[in-house]
Every structure is written in C-alpha cells, then in structure tokens.
Design a binder for this molecule. Sequence first.
Ligand SMILES: Nc1ncnc2c1ncn2[C@@H]1O[C@H](COP(=O)(O)OP(=O)(O)OP(=O)(O)O)[C@@H](O)[C@H]1O
Length: 497
Amino acid sequence: MDDLASNPGSTMATFAVVYSTATMVFFYTMAREHFPRYLLDCIEKYGRKLVNFAFPYSQITFPEFTDEYMRRNEAFTAIQNYLSEKSTASANRLKADALRDSRSLVLSMDYNEEIADVFDGIKVWWTSNRNPPRSMQFSVYPAVDEKRYYKLEFHNRHKKHIIESYLPKVMEDGKAIGRDNRLRKLYSNNPSKYWNGFNPKWSHVAFEHPASFDTLAMDAKRKEEIVNDLNTFKEGREYYERIGKPWKRGYLLYGPPGTGKSTMIAAMANHLQYDVYDLDLTAIKDNTELRRLLIDTSSKSILVVEDIDCSLDITGERESKKRKIKEDADMDPISKEVKKEAEEMTDCKITLSGVLNCIDGLWSSCGGERIIVFTTNYPEKLDPALIRRGRMDKHIEMSYCCFEAFKVLANNYLKIDSHFLFEAIGELLGKTNMTPADVAENLIPMYKDENVETRLNRLIGALNAAKEEEGASRPNQKRKRKRSNPINKREKRNIVS
Ligand SMILES: Nc1ncnc2c1ncn2[C@@H]1O[C@H](COP(=O)(O)OP(=O)(O)OP(=O)(O)O)[C@@H](O)[C@H]1O
C-alpha cells in the first residue's frame, strides 16, 4: 500500500489497463451474443489480417512428446542438440543437462531463453519453453505433466525456405551432434511384473566399456575382416533398400569361456557408436512379452542374447533352473519370494519359433540399423534354424590365444612389441590351449611396478603347467574338442576364421 501511495502514476496506469481489458471483454461478449455469425467471421478474418500486417511473423512449435503414447519427438531432440551448440556461444542462461563420457558437461539453453540463428542471410529466433511455466507450479517437485517445447519464429516471407531448407538442416545437424555427444546406453530388460508407468521395460546405465578392436586380442586378418563387415553394414542403407532386405545383421559368436565374446560385442558397439540391449530371455514370460520388448528398442543398436543355449528352453536349461529354484524354495519355506519366482517360471511360454518370428518379422520391420548378436559356448546345442544364414549372417569363432593375439595383449598390458621371451611364449601357445582371459590374468602386475620380465615368466610358467595338464588328459581332451566343434564343413567355409 505504501508503494501504491508513493507512486500514484503507476496506480493510475494499472487501473487503466484493468479498465480497458474489462471493457474489451464486455464488448466481445456482447458482440458474440448479438452480432450475426457471418459478421463475427468477417471481424475475425480481418482482425487476423491486421495482426499479420502489424506482426508478420510465423511460429512453429516442437513439443517434446508427440502423441498419446507419449513417444519422444525426434525433432525435439534434434533441435535440442542443434541449439546446445549454438547456445553455448550465444545464450546468457544455460543449463547443464548430462555428462558426456563422464568428464565434460553438455550445456543447453535454459527455459525462456531466446537465441537468434542466421541461415542464408535470414534471421530466425528460437525459444525454449515449458507449460505451465515454473512460476505457475506450486510444488518443489518437478511437475509430472510439464510440457516442454521449442518455438521457432521467422518472417512470413521466408516461410517456404525455412520449412524446406532450414529445418531439414537443423534436423540433420542435430542428429549428427546427438550421435557425437550422447552417452551411449546399456539396456537390460526388467521382468514384466515390474512394468508400469514409472518402471519401463528396459532400464539402462551409461555404456562405458573401453574395449576397442585395437585392444581386442585376435588374429589381425580376422579382425580386419570383421571391422570391414561392420563398416559395410553401417554404410549399407542404400544397398539394403535396393535389395529389399531389412537393414539388420546377425552375428553368432561362439567359443570357450574367456575367449573374448563379450569383449568383442563391446568393441563392436564402440566401433559403430551403437547402444546395447542385453536381452535376458529367462526373464521373459512369453512370446507376447518378447514382442513388446523388441518393439521398444531403438535403431542404431546391438541386441545381445548371451549364452543363447542356456536362455532358450531348447536345451532344457530353463527346466533345470526352475527345478533348482523350487528346491531352494522347499529348503527355505520362509522365502515366499523364491517360491513365487519358481511358480512364475513354470508359466514361461517363450519358444524357439517365437524368437525366430520376432527376429525375422517384427524386429526386422522396426526401422533400420540393427545388429543382433548371439553368443554361446556350445554352438552344437543350437537349433540350426536359429543360426542359419540370413538370421545369423556371420559366424565368428572366438578361439584360444594365438601368438598374434598374445602380442596385442602384451601391447595392452605391458606396452611392449617385442621381448626375448616372446619366442618361448609363441612356441608354448602353439602347443597348448589358453584363453586370452587367462593370458591377460598372468600379465597383470601382482604388485606395483612388477617388471615385464617377471610377468612374462609367470605366463611361461602357467603355459607349461597347462601343457602338462593337457598332456595328462590328452585322450579326453581330444574327444572333447571334436565334440565342441559342431559346425559342419560347409558352414566352416563361411566362418570368419
Ligand atoms: N580376445 C580378447 N581380447 C582382449 N581381452 C580379452 C579377450 N578375451 C578375453 N579377454 C579378457 O578376459 C576377460 C573375459 O573375457 P570375456 O568376458 O569377453 O569372455 P567371454 O568369451 O565373453 O566369456 P564367457 O563365455 O564366459 O561370457 C575380459 O574382461 C578381457 O579382459
């Protein structure tokens, strides 16, 4: 009140605004009631022309979510990326959105901030908004129904050029920036009993596995072949379109534990810059659930089913897991959770044909750039239908450590390319089977500053011990190895090995 009394000018102005607004509302209401419809339409039409004349600018809004399924609008994300680069230089108020590779911040323009952009000499303005504005929210918690959107304004006379040239460029640049900046994700599927509005089908963490094809220990020629295959796939959009095939590729990685199958998947994801979906088939109840999960994956991703022989019931593995859970539940009757889990597993109806249908049909038509990888230690257990060409296009054997692979590990762990002990190690590796995981284990220092020679000698000791052990069980080993190499000769010719 003191303020009003000390500033009569502002009081008068406030009254004037309130009075004139009330008068306009009154006349508008009167007009709606008493004027004929055609006259109102005329007033509205010419009124709009007058406004356009006085304010000849167009606006386009880009909401964050598009439809009733609350699907994220790709255009919104692309614009967000595009503007994050622009705004870092020109906006005054920025917000830090996410961490890029755990080190640097990704900045974007804050709400109600405006930045100008110039394209082919045309000036446009972008604003970042949210509905309702934060000032209207009476809670310290983020509003659930908050709607974020970007607004683009430009002069009417440039409308065609903006829509046909500027916006496609923004989309393209935004997507490219997104690919460079974004944190890639490792998704894993949640059991369907937890799916609801708050718990999604897939939960994710940042994918930060450091593996690359440079650090992957395997024969250089085979490695190059795989990298070329991946590159051809990545650049193959037009090719796949031309031949009328979905843009997807399947890889079967097989070999003993510790030969680098998971490491290979990480190297593939890092090379292609794809997300990884780690699909646990044992957590899925039936084919419908599988379908719903696959629909929810994005393109530029690798769908991984590790130990496929254990995941599907084709091997009876699930049966034995079910039996074990039941036994545990019987031994511990208090554990209701375990009992419930056992009961749920009994209901499991996921089938091989369901998996095949999903891979061939639905998942293939979900948009391009998808890779599927199955891994197994026992390829002989797999149904041929699952790994036939066209589904699993490339079969890659991950084998025991050869000398070339050892040299990669020596470079990774010891930072050396040669050593007088290499010859002895090469000879031993030719005579015995040791996985890259075991070789790597021997190269890791046991204490700080342990020297290279000691580590190499430890490896030689381990190789000699393995050789002796193998010699002792030679007849069994031979039989075993024969059995664990199930892929027939015709298949073998196609294998990258
Ligand atoms: N070819 C390889 N190149 C580099 N490191 C390897 C390789 N193979 C194994 N390793 C090392 O051994 C560890 C285990 O390997 P990885 O998990 O990739 O094997 P795997 O074949 O997937 O085993 P499993 O069949 O048990 O899942 C890795 O963390 C990695 O450090």
